[in-house]
Design a protein. Structure first.
Length: 110
């Protein structure tokens, strides 16, 4: 008989710039953002899924992972994981429209 290991919970810590990123997103979406981040990242944040992927090339933000969710998968959350301390660092939250990705007041063309 194989015993499954208990899922260990990670702490989620937000970078300071995330507050500015949230200011540019309509408040009606904030609860969606919070619940999606928690459901994706509290347990097994390093498991690839349909909407959670490791980044192929390192992001300028220092992120190793990205999750996509929301209406039309328009929201993007970039993060990195510290396994020793069991912490997920959310480094950026953006909104993607077409080939544009906006973090707060900063726009990145893809």
């Amino acid at each position: 008989m194989v015993m499954s290991a208990a899922r260990t919970r990670f702490r989620i810590i937000y970078a300071h710039q995330v507050k500015e990123h949230l200011l540019s997103i309509e408040r009606t979406h904030h609860s969606l953002l919070r619940s999606a981040i928690e459901s994706h990242l509290l347990f097994e944040p390093d498991v690839e899924t349909r909407n959670r992927k490791p980044l192929k090339r390192p992001a300028d933000l220092g992120a190793d992972w990205e999750i996509r969710f929301g209406p039309g998968n328009r929201f993007r959350v970039f993060y990195t994981v510290d396994f020793d301390q069991r912490i997920v660092f959310v480094l950026a939250i953006g909104v993607k429209t077409g080939n544009r990705l906006v973090f707060g007041r900063e726009e990145i063309k893809l």
